[in-house]
Ligand binder design. Structure first.
Ligand code: ADP
Ligand code: ASP
Ligand code: MG
Length: 810
C-alpha cells in the first residue's frame, strides 16, 4: 500500500485536481490519498479569522470569495447532476458552519485557540470532499475520526489503533480513501490542527500506521532541491537524502516537507518520495535510510530561516552558575519557544540562541525572569537581543568524512564581505548552521550554493562602467562568449549593471546584451553617489566592477567596493598610477577583503605584462631593469610618418583610428607613458610616483598650454622640422622610438633613435614591446611584444582579467 499526499498547490485549481485524479487512477498499488486545502485557502482562513477577531466586517467579503472558489470548483469538476447536487449540499453545509463560527468571533471579538483551529480545519474538510467527488470511485475517510492529539502531540497509540480499525478490510477493490490532512481531534474531542504544512504529517502518520511501502509527497517542484528554488535559480533536484539530512534541511526552513513528517516513517524505515504533480514523470527525490556514500556530494543542500533573533545570555563566567542550560531550555519550552540554533563558547561565558523573530520578545522576558536574581546581583549581564538576522544551515552526512568544510564555508562568506554573527556545528557533523544579517541572506545562499559546486555553473556578476570604445567592445565580446563560457567552462557571466556618465541600467537577473543599448537609453539618470549606492545596494554575490572609463571620480569608488566584497577590473589607469600610498592602500584593502584588483590593460592593452611581472616576482625573481615602448599611439605616429604623411596627419590618424587618448596630447606629452612606467615599476616592487619620472618632451610646451582646438590648428607648424629629422634618420637607417626606462633607481621617458641591431628597431604599427631584465633573465632579457593599443585587444584584456576572477572564486 502507498500513501500519497497532495499539497495545496496540487489541488489549487480544477485543472490541477484533474491531474491529481489522473495520478491516483494510474496507480497499480492500493493507495490512500491525503489532501491539503486548496492552495492558499489556509492563509485566507487565517486572515479571515484575524479580521473577524478585530471586528472588521470586511471578513465577510473574503468569506464570500472563498465560498465562490469552492462552489466554482464543484461545478467545474462534478457539474450539476445528481453527484454535483449532493456535493454542493455537503460543501454548502460546511461553508455555512464556517460562516457561523466566524460571525461568533466577529461579535465576541475574541479568537480562542480552539476557534482558530476550527476555522482553519474547513480548508481540508472542504478540499477532501471536492477531491473525493472529482476522483470518482473514492470514499472520504475523515481524519477527525482517527487522528488523535494529546496535549499538543499526536497520541500514536490511539491513532494507530483507530486507523487500523478504520482501514480494516481496505484493499484492492475498495473505493480510494481520500483523507483530509492537517486536522485531528484532541482528548476532549475538539478539532485541532497539526501545525502549518501539517498535511504532510497526517500522511506520514497514516503511512506508518498502515505500514505503507512508501509515502509520496506530491507538490509543485520536481523534488527536494539543493536550496529554496525561489531564492536560488540554479538549485537542482537532489536524487536522494537520508532521513537525517532531510530532517536537518526541513528543520531549517526547507518548506517542501513539514519537519515532524520524517519521524513516523523514519521509525518504520518507510521511504518518502517527493514528486511533482505537474511533472509526474520526473523521478523526484527519495528520502530513505540510505547508507553513507563517502563518494557522494559533501553538501547535499542548504536551507535557511529568514527573520530570526539572537538572544544572548552572558556573564564573566557561567561555569559557576548551576544548571544554566537546563534552566534556559526549560524556561523557553514553558513558552513553547522553538530554538533553531545554540552557540556556546567553550569558556562558557555566553550562550546565544536563535529563535524566530516573533518569539524574541517572549524569550527575552522569560529568560530575564528566570535569571532575575543573577542579573540583579551582576553575575549575569542583562539578556541581549539582536534582530533582523537570518539563519542558514548547510547539510550533508558526508561532511564528517571531509576536513575543512567549515573553513571553506567561512572563507567563501568572508570573501564576499559577509560576516558570521554566530555559528554552531551539530555533534553529528552533518550540519553547520550559522547566523548572518538578514540583508545578506540571499547573497549568502548564492555564494555557498555556488562555492560548494552545487550549481551546474559558476556565476560572475558584472557592473560595467563606461561604454566608450573599450566598454562597448567588452560588452559585445561578452555577448558573443556568454553561451560558450556557460557550456564549456560552466561559467555564467551576468552583466547586472551598465553605466555611462549620465545614465545607468541595473538588473540583478542579468541585462539582455542583445539589447543593452536600448536598455541603457531607457535607464535611470545616474550620479557618482547614485552609482555607488546602486552597486552596493544590489549586494550581489561574486560581483566585479569593471571600470572602462578614464574618470578620476569613478576610481575613488574602488576602496568602498573592495570593502563590500566587490572585485575591480580597471582599464582606467588613474588609480594604479595615483599617489603611491593610495595605490598601496587599494591593493592592501583588496587583499585583506579577499577580492581582486586587476588592471592588466593599464599597460600594453591585452599583452600579459603585469601578469608576467607578478609571476616572476611570485616565483622569487627580481626585476632589475625595464625598457619599453609603451605608447601604441606614439609608435603608430613614428611608424606612419613618411615623406607623404606629415607628423600632424599621423596624429590625426591615430585619433581617428582609436589609438590615442581623446586628447592626444596626453600621449604626445609622454604623460601616458609616465603613468605606465610608474605602474610597471610599482608592480615590479618599486616605490615610485609620477613626479619621479623624468619626461623629456619632444614638442614645445606651448602646444600643451593651449586649447584642444588651437592645438589641432597649430600642429602642422611642426611638420617641417619633423620631416627634416626624418630624412636624417632615413639616411642613418634608424627609427624613432618613445622609450620608457627604469634602471638603477632612475625613471625616464624620452624619444630616442635605434638602429637595426636593437630589438626596438623593427616594431610595427601601434605595437608595444617590453624588455625585462631580471636576476634570472639577465644576459638575455625577457621580451614581450604585440598589439599595445586598440579597443578590441584592450577589451579582450579586460575580459581576461574578469575570467581570471572566476578562477579564484572556484
Ligand atoms: P505543498 O502545497 O505541496 O505542500 P509547499 O508550498 O508546502 O507545497 O512546499 C513546496 C514549496 O517549497 C516549493 O514550491 C518551493 O517553493 C518551496 N521550497 C523551499 N525550499 C525548498 C527545497 N529545498 N526544495 C524544494 N522546494 C522548496
Ligand atoms: N493547509 C495547511 C497549511 O496550509 C496544511 C498543509 O497544506 O499541509 O498549512
Ligand atoms: Mg507543504
Amino acid at each position: 500500500m502507498k500513501v500519497l499526499k497532495f499539497g495545496g498547490s496540487s489541488v489549487a485549481t480544477s485543472e490541477s485536481i484533474l491531474k491529481v485524479k489522473s495520478i491516483v487512477q494510474s496507480q497499480d498499488d492500493v493507495v490512500v490519498v491525503v489532501v491539503s486545502a486548496l492552495g492558499g485557502v489556509t492563509d485566507e482562513l487565517v486572515r479571515i479569522a484575524a479580521l473577524a477577531e478585530s471586528a472588521d466586517a470586511s471578513y465577510l467579503e473574503k468569506l464570500q470569495a472563498l465560498r465562490k472558489r469552492h462552489v466554482d470548483a464543484c461545478d467545474e469538476l462534478v457539474g450539476s447532476g445528481k453527484d454535483g447536487k449532493l456535493l454542493r449540499l455537503a460543501v454548502d453545509s460546511l461553508l455555512n458552519e464556517l460562516d457561523s463560527i466566524c460571525r461568533g468571533v466577529f461579535l465576541l471579538k475574541v479568537l480562542p485557540e480552539k476557534s482558530r483551529d476550527q476555522i482553519l480545519s474547513y480548508g481540508e474538510r472542504l478540499s477532501s470532499l471536492i477531491v473525493t467527488a472529482a476522483v470518482g470511485h473514492a470514499e472520504l475517510y475523515d481524519s477527525l475520526d482517527f487522528i488523535r492529539m494529546d496535549e499538543g502531540h499526536v497520541d500514536f497509540e490511539r491513532t494507530n489503533k483507530l486507523v487500523a480499525e478504520k482501514f480494516a478490510g481496505y484493499g484492492d477493490n475498495s473505493p480510494v480513501a481520500i483523507v483530509p490532512g492537517f486536522i485531528a481531534r484532541d482528548g476532549a474531542g475538539d478539532i485541532v490542527t497539526l501545525g502549518r504544512g501539517g498535511s504532510d504529517y497526517t500522511a506520514s502518520i497514516l503511512a506508518s500506521a498502515l505500514d505503507a511501502s512508501v509515502l509520496e509527497i506530491w507538490t509543485d517542484v520536481d523534488g527536494f532541491m539543493s536550496a529554496d528554488p525561489r531564492i536560488i535559480k540554479t538549485s537542482y533536484v537532489i536524487d536522494e537524502l537520508t532521513y537525517e539530512e532531510a530532517t536537518e534541511l526541513c528543520n531549517f526552513g526547507a518548506k517542501v516537507v513539514y519537519p515532524p513528517t520524517l519521524y513516523p516513517v523514519c521509525q518504520k524505515k518507510i521511504p518518502i518520495r517527493v514528486k511533482n504533480t505537474f511533472n509526474p514523470e520526473a523521478p523526484g527525490t527519495l528520502i530513505h535510510e540510505g547508507g553513507a556514500n563517502p563518494e557522494g556530494r559533501v553538501i547535499k543542500g542548504i536551507s535557511s530561516i529568514d527573520n530570526i533573533s539572537l538572544i544572548t545570555l552572558s556573564a564573566t563566567s557561567l561555569v559557576g552558575i548551576i544548571g544554566v542550560d537546563q534552566r534556559i531550555f526549560t524556561a523557553l519550552a514553558s513558552e513553547s519557544i522553538n530554538v533553531f540554533l545554540v552557540s556556546q563558547s567553550a569558556s562558557e561565558t555566553g550562550i546565544s540562541l536563535g529563535v524566530s523573530a516573533s518569539d524574541a520578545e517572549k524569550a527575552c522576558k522569560v529568560l530575564s525572569k528566570t535569571f532575575a536574581s543573577e542579573i540583579a546581583s551582576g553575575a549575569v549581564y542583562p539578556v541581549k537581543r539582536e534582530d533582523e538576522l537570518a539563519a542558514i544551515a548547510i547539510v550533508g552526512e558526508n561532511m564528517k568524512h571531509h576536513c575543512g568544510i567549515a573553513g571553506k564555508l567561512f572563507s567563501i562568506l568572508g570573501r564576499n564581505g559577509i560576516s558570521i554573527i554566530a555559528c554552531a556545528q551539530g555533534a553529528s557533523e552533518s550540519n553547520i548552521s550559522f547566523v548572518v544579517e538578514r540583508e545578506y541572506l540571499r547573497k549568502s545562499l548564492n555564494v555557498i550554493h555556488e562555492g560548494f559546486f552545487l550549481s551546474e555553473y559558476q556565476e560572475l556578476n558584472l557592473f560595467i562602467c563606461g561604454v566608450g570604445t573599450v566598454g562597448g567592445q567588452l560588452i559585445e565580446q561578452i555577448a558573443l562568449q556568454q553561451d560558450k563560457l556557460k557550456r564549456r567552462r560552466s561559467l555564467k557571466i551576468n552583466v547586472v549593471g551598465i553605466a555611462r556618465s549620465s545614465k545607468a541600467v541595473f538588473d540583478r537577473g542579468g541585462i539582455d546584451l542583445a539589447h543593452w543599448k536600448e536598455a541603457l537609453a531607457e535607464g535611470m539618470p545616474i550620479t557618482l553617489a547614485r552609482l555607488r549606492e546602486e552597486v552596493l545596494g544590489m549586494n550581489i554575490f561574486n560581483s566585479v566592477f569593471v571600470d572602462c572609463t578614464a574618470s578620476a571620480d569613478v576610481s575613488t569608488l574602488y576602496e568602498d567596493f573592495f570593502n563590500h566584497g566587490i572585485s575591480v577590473v580597471a582599464a582606467n589607469k588613474i588609480a594604479a598610477s595615483s599617489e603611491y600610498q593610495n595605490y598601496r592602500n587599494l591593493k592592501k584593502t583588496a587583499r585583506r577583503r579577499g577580492v581582486k584588483f586587476l588592471f592588466e590593460t593599464n599597460v600594453g592593452a591585452g599583452l600579459p605584462i603585469i601578469n608576467t611581472i607578478n609571476s616572476l616576482r611570485n616565483s622569487g625573481d627580481h626585476v632589475q631593469k625595464i625598457e619599453a615602448v609603451l605608447s601604441g599611439t606614439l609608435n603608430f605616429i613614428f611608424n606612419t610618418i613618411s615623406k607623404d604623411i606629415p607628423f600632424s596627419e599621423t596624429v590625426r590618424m591615430a585619433k581617428e583610428q582609436g589609438f590615442s587618448e581623446p586628447d592626444p596630447r596626453i600621449d604626445l606629452s609622454g604623460k601616458d607613458v609616465v603613468r605606465k612606467l610608474v605602474i610597471l615599476s610599482r608592480e615590479a616592487g618599486y616605490e615610485v610616483n609620477q613626479e619621479d619620472v623624468v619626461a623629456e618632451p619632444f614638442i614645445p610646451q606651448e602646444f600643451f598650454d593651449c586649447s584642444l582646438d588651437e592645438f589641432w590648428k597649430k600642429l602642422p607648424s611642426l611638420d617641417a622640422e619633423f620631416e627634416r629629422q626624418r630624412q636624417q634618420l632615413e639616411k642613418e637607417h634608424k627609427h624613432w622610438r618613445f622609450v620608457a626606462k627604469m634602471d638603477d633607481g632612475k625613471y625616464t621617458v624620452s624619444l630616442r633613435t635605434f638602429d637595426e641591431h636593437h630589438s626596438f628597431y623593427s616594431l610595427d604599427g601601434s605595437n608595444n614591446i617590453v624588455l625585462l631584465t631580471t636576476e634570472r633573465y639577465h644576459d638575455h632579457p625577457m621580451l614581450i611584444q604585440g598589439y599595445g593599443a586598440g579597443a578590441s585587444v584592450t577589451a579582450a584584456g579586460v575580459f581576461a582579467d574578469i575570467i581570471s576572477i572566476a578562477n579564484v572564486t572556484n
